[in-house]
Design a protein. Structure first.
Lengths: 114, 609
């Protein structure tokens, strides 16, 4: 099973999209958080995280995602998730991420009303 | 140095009190992630105490280091300060510490960390603690408005430190609660989801990936017992690095270990034994099994037996740390493995049932084909009686018999047994029958016919498939019977006047070799037999003579000849029935796997016929 982790970033007018590819655990979620902070420092306070190629998230990954949400909250920004597997979507809802970040079916619906 | 008026001091005091209230509200707001809020706390301290630099250093208990969590005007944010248990005990004794004149037990400690203190420009430390639990320190630089803190500020610092300590403890508690919440959810949700899947490979893969996320591990794998080889075999792996000397994807560990020379992986085999228990290897920095930093292997049990071993490894903590597997982890993974084991067993049973149904459907179809190829009744041959019997036992074999009129007034009697069972055997038999019906009309001699059929079957069959075949050409007007035997059981000619002959002349079975190779081995030959009144010719397949009884004895040709001889004066139907009854009585309760096929020809006792 493939295990490498990759991040792709794309900036649009008023928001940025980060696409993850691989297991979102401590080290990889830290990479994601650093990328998110860099984008916030560049002025992108609205971020879309596309998890289409991520099937697994552990509790440390969840914890770091909560940090990203709180960072964005402090700066008046917002976080949007899209392309979640059913397990990850249920996990996000149960862990309270869905209360502070929006969950969308795909990138198009995530970015439509930004 | 600026002078501070009483009014300024009062203003700062009011500001500080409101900030402390703000701190408290931040802590109880529920958004208590210290990683996020640490800079806010530091800003409050920075503004309240009017320091040039300040930092929050957190104690990393796994490495016994203090590391910078948040800092203002400190460039060396990656610095780290080693700290011993004695140092910690001494730090906890004081509410504030001046690094330039520390209490005597800390002299050595502060002397050793001079470079780090310079980077921090540390003028004052305040420990962060909850009772005796050391969390870290607040380090303050020089003061903007005076050389030293005023008394009220010195008293304020421990209050701020206490608030920050509460925030850290709350953040950690929140992290722990979230982790526990996550684990419980994963255990209930994913285990339920796995049980819904009936795809064996998908269930195996999900068992591994969910176990990894459940335990915050980085890698893992699933080894299942192969009941045939009695080895643990790797079925699914996630992120286990392939080492030069171990092919993990094809890893196979014998369950029976050599006690004198156990392999490095024998402990995993022991986990899979009926009495096997969970194995936890915490390395404390050294490599353990499979070159992991730590590893836990739990037995995966089905309803009755142990199915294999579920492995998780390299448990991670926050900030890239590696944590030991605990007893709680063991309980959690065992619970998960039990559910995953049932799911894997269910998927396997479903797969088996599915394959069984497919196989049965194929066998039913093959049986229909075979039944259609065997004649319901045999034609009447002048001066002769003939009858056949096909009795399927334990599946569809490739038995075949036939009786067909030939173009020059003779009659053809055939019996054959195609190797294998099921659809493949039935189709090969259909090919043989079609070929035979075609060859009979071509008036060629029997060896030529056998060669043609051999060529046809060789081209039609896969490797290792062949047919034994016997064909007799009966001329009723002369009572001569010309025959060829391609590797089939020798038909018996039970003479009415006494004695028995075997029809053995022929050659190699059909479909085994191509004709050019066959010609180098042997040529097909035919033989001619004169039949007389009362003679019985008995064609049969090996399902008759290889019938076994409960003691494991073979029915055999001698017994067949005895029965046939005893009833030779009866009609062909009675002869056939007598042989069938004798075989069935012989087999008793023993299970048979080969079909029983007989073809009986008898020269009538009446010469006028």
């Amino acid at each position: 099973m493939a295990t490498s982790f990759k991040l792709d970033t794309r900036t649009e007018d008023g928001y940025a999209v980060i696409q993850t590819d691989g297991y979102l655990n401590g080290p990889t979620a830290e990479q994601l958080a650093e990328t998110a902070k860099d984008l916030m420092n560049q002025g992108y306070s609205t971020l879309v995280i596309n998890l289409e190629k991520t099937r697994l998230v552990n509790s440390i990954g969840i914890s770091i995602l909560i940090e990203i949400i709180e960072f964005l909250d402090e700066r008046g920004g917002g976080l949007h998730f899209c392309h979640l597997t059913p397990v990850i979507e249920r996990t996000f809802k149960m862990m309270g991420l869905a209360q502070h970040a929006e969950i969308h079916r795909d990138e198009a619906s995530a970015t439509t009303n930004l | 140095m600026q002078s501070v008026s009483a009014e300024d001091t009062v203003q700062r005091l009011i500001f500080s009190l409101s900030e402390i209230e703000q701190l408290g509200e931040t802590i109880i707001s529920g958004r208590g992630n210290f990683n996020v809020s640490s800079r806010t706390y530091l800003r409050i301290i920075h503004g309240t105490l009017q320091v040039t630099r300040c930092a929050i250093l957190l104690f990393q208990s796994t490495e016994n280091h203090l590391t910078v969590e948040a800092a203002i005007n400190v460039k060396a944010e990656s610095l780290c300060i080693p700290v011993t248990a004695d140092d910690i005990a001494a730090i906890l004794e004081s509410s504030t510490i001046d690094p330039s004149s520390p209490p005597p037990p800390l002299d050595n400690f502060f002397n050793q960390i001079r470079p780090q203190l310079e980077l921090l420009d540390a003028n004052l430390w305040a420990p962060l603690k909850i009772r005796d639990d050391f969390l870290g320190v607040i380090s303050l630089g020089s003061f903007r408005t005076q050389d030293n803190l005023e008394d009220w500020n010195r008293e304020l610092l421990p209050v701020l430190a206490n608030q920050v300590s509460v925030a850290i403890a709350y953040s950690r508690l929140l992290d722990k609660t979230r982790a526990e919440q996550f684990r419980l959810f994963m255990l209930s949700d994913t285990a339920t989801q796995i049980c819904k899947s009936l795809d064996t490979e998908a269930v195996q893969e999900e068992a591994v990936t969910h176990a990894i996320t459940l335990l915050d591990a980085s890698t893992g794998g699933l080894l299942l017992i192969n009941p045939v080889t009695q080895c643990l075999e790797m079925k699914s792996i996630f992120a286990l690095d392939l080492q030069a000397n171990i092919d993990l994807e094809n890893l196979s560990i014998p369950l029976q270990t050599d006690q004198d020379a156990p392999s490095a992986l024998s402990p995993l085999a022991e986990v899979a034994t009926p009495a096997g228990e969970t194995l936890i290897c915490n390395s404390q920095g050294n490599g353990v099994l499979l070159d992991r930093r730590n590893l836990m292997a739990v037995p995966m049990r089905g309803r009755e037996d142990t199915l294999g071993v579920l492995i998780v490894a390299d448990k991670e903590g926050r900030g890239g740390t590696m944590l030991d597997f605990t007893n709680e982890d063991r309980v959690l993974l065992e619970a998960f493995a039990n559910q995953a084991g049932v799911a894997i067993e269910n998927a396997q049973l479903y797969q088996d049932a599915l394959e069984g149904r497919q196989l049965q459907a194929e066998m039913d179809e093959a049986a229909k084909i075979q039944q259609n190829l065997i004649p319901d009744t045999l034609p009447e041959i002048p001066g002769y009686e003939a009858t056949g019997l096909y009795f399927p036992r334990g599946g569809v074999g490739g038995d075949y018999y036939d009786c067909l009129a030939d173009s020059n007034g003779s009659w053809g009697l055939a019996i054959a047994d195609v190797s294998g069972k099921g659809m493949q055997a039935a189709l090969l038999m259909a090919t043989l029958r079609a070929g035979l019906h075609s060859e009979v009309t071509r008036k060629e001699d029997l060896p030529s016919m056998a060669e043609s059929l051999n060529s046809l079957l060789y081209a039609s069959s896969t490797s290792g498939k062949f047919a034994t075949f016997f064909y007799a050409q009966l001329h009723p007007e002369t009572d001569l019977m010309t025959s060829i035997n391609a590797g089939h059981n020798y038909p018996l000619v039970i003479r009415g006047a006494g004695g028995c002959d075997e029809l053995e002349k022929g050659g190699v079975m059909l479909g085994m070799f191509p004709n050019d190779v066959l010609s180098q081995i042997s040529e097909y030959e035919q033989e001619t037999t004169q039949l007389y009144s009362g003679d019985v010719v008995l064609f049969y397949t090996d399902g008759v003579t290889e019938t076994i009884n409960p003691e494991g004895d073979l029915y055999g040709e001698e017994r067949l000849e005895e029965v046939a001889t005893r009833v030779k004066s009866e009609s062909v139907n009675q002869i056939c029935q007598a042989i069938y009854d004798d075989v069935i009585e012989f087999q008793g309760e023993a299970q048979q796997f080969d079909d029983l096929t007989l073809l009986v020809l008898k020269k009538s006792n009446h010469p006028s016929c």
